[in-house]
Design a protein around this ligand. Structure first.
Ligand code: ATP
Ligand code: F1X
Length: 304
């Protein structure tokens, strides 16, 4: 089972108009509400791939009920911890540019945290816990890191989608995969942008040395890299009409983790990761299975 953790879910209110005029009344062409939050996105993609998943996290109020109902309608298994506060609403504005407005999220009480942590007793060997997205205000920054011993106690693996020092801090605990994009990778080591793929590979390999079990580096339209101790592969991303960058990174993580958990084949998992990321980039919502399959057939992976 792959458990996703979304501490701070959101209704993604995706609105579209040709051009935003600041300071004026703007009439929207489109407005849709989606169940959002990075871990929830991961679980939605896993569900498309027919991989067993349960979404954990905190939900509250009308937005929390909306998210749960939407996920149930997708037959996605959830076991959220109900909270007193209201789950947030994030605005994703699609005009001449994409702009995201992400709210801070509700307060979580100590009792709610205790009820959430009790769920970790269900974990079993072979399970993977994917923690993704912001930590609501009021919870300590170490919240994800503090869950790692609970996960390891049961012989399960973990993935944390984070960047910067928080990412470096998790490496000694051996995350199943890390997936910085090439800008985040350079920032991690205080470097300027890398001039070529070989320099990017050399930097990515340092993350393996520090403890990561697998390293992917995404480079948006320029493809992605998978790096092992003595090899590296570049995967192309297909050309297409990019409609959406919200959730592309989450989709990639879901594709890798779900396929690796099922097959233990990192190359297959890498290809599926790119397919899921690009299929979401080419969709208005997260990708569906048909789009993932169509995109996967066009990806080539080459050792470099
Ligand atoms: N222009 C594009 N064309 C095709 N695929 C793309 C494009 N941009 C992103 N993708 C897909 O999405 C994946 C993740 O993209 P990106 O490198 O932007 O990661 P990220 O910055 O972590 O994403 P996010 O914005 O979701 O956090 C890429 O590896 C690729 O599969
Ligand atoms: O504010 P966070 O938790 O960092 O990110 C939340 C979020 O932007 O991430 C997802 C896309 O990756 C969206 O569904 C959601 O609104």
């Amino acid at each position: 089972m792959i458990y996703s953790i979304t501490l701070n879910p959101a209704i993604d209110y995706v609105i579209g108009l040709p051009k935003l005029e600041l300071g004026l009344v703007n009439r929207l062409d489109t407005a849709i509400k989606l169940p959002g939050g990075k871990g929830i996105n991961v679980s939605r993609i896993l569900k498309e791939l027919d991989i067993d998943t349960t979404a954990w996290g905190f939900t509250g109020g009308m937005p929390g009920r909306f998210i749960e109902e939407q996920l149930q309608a997708l037959s996605l298994r959830t076991d959220f911890t109900r909270i007193n506060g209201d789950t947030r609403i994030n605005v994703k504005l699609k005009a001449d540019q994409e702009t995201e407005l992400n709210a801070p999220g509700p307060q979580i009480t100590d009792d709610e945290v205790a009820a959430f942590r009790a769920r970790f007793n269900q974990l079993q060997q072979g399970d993977v816990v994917i923690m993704a997205g912001s930590i609501p205000a009021g919870l300590p920054e170490s919240f994800y890191r503090d869950l790692i011993p609970l996960i390891h106690e049961h012989g399960a693996d973990f993935v944390i989608d984070t960047t910067g020092q928080a990412l470096l801090d998790t490496l000694p605990s051996k995350p199943l995969v890390v997936k910085p994009n090439h800008h985040e990778l350079a920032e991690l080591f205080g470097d300027a942008e890398y001039p070529d793929l070989q320099a990017t590979v050399a930097a990515g390999r340092k993350l393996l040395g520090l403890g990561a079990k697998h390293v992917l580096v995404s480079m948006a339209g320029a493809g992605a890299l998978m790096i092992t101790a003595d090899k590296a592969w570049h995967g192309t991303v297909p050309k297409g009409d990019v409609k959406n960058s919200v959730g592309a990174g989450d989709s990639m993580l879901a594709g890798f983790t779900g396929t690796f958990a099922r097959t233990h084949d990192p190359l297959l998992a890498f290809k599926k990761a790119i397919a899921c990321g690009s299929a979401t980039a080419f969709s208005t919502d997260l990708a569906d299975r048909a789009k993932i399959d169509e995109v996967e057939a066009t990806i080539s992976i080459e050792e470099i």
